[in-house]
Design a protein around this ligand. Structure first.
Ligand SMILES: C[C@H](O)[C@H](O)[C@H]1CNC2=NC(N)=NC(=O)C2=N1
Length: 94
């Protein structure tokens, strides 16, 4: 079981571009792209990272942007697993 982080811990650990949606108990970032298909490709790559981590984000693919939201369902809140995957998604996006 991963330990749920409190708001201050989340604030101190958020990777660039991510914010804490306290109401939803998630961290989120909207990644922007030059084309719809670049966003689709990013989402596919994110899916691969999610499978590697066995930790899965919610993703909404829209015109030239992909919204990614993360929480740890098993723990009932945001944990280090979410922070770690968010960092890897930032690397993927470049
Ligand atoms: C049974 C449970 O769904 C699995 O342990 C994994 C799958 N992917 C997951 N993804 C996320 N975001 N949170 C989880 O708690 C989680 N659990």
């Amino acid at each position: 079981m991963s330990d749920v982080l409190d708001a201050d811990e989340i604030a101190g650990a958020l990777p660039d571009g991510w914010h804490h949606d306290a109401d939803a108990d998630e961290i989120a970032r909207t990644f922007e792209f030059d084309s719809y298909l670049e966003g689709v490709g990013f989402a596919a790559g994110a899916g691969g990272l999610a499978e590697e981590a066995f930790h899965h984000p919610s993703m909404t693919v829209e015109w030239r942007e992909v919204e990614v939201r993360l929480t740890t369902h098993d723990a009932g809140g945001v944990t280090g697993k979410d922070i770690d995957l968010a960092e890897r998604l930032n690397e993927l996006a470049g």
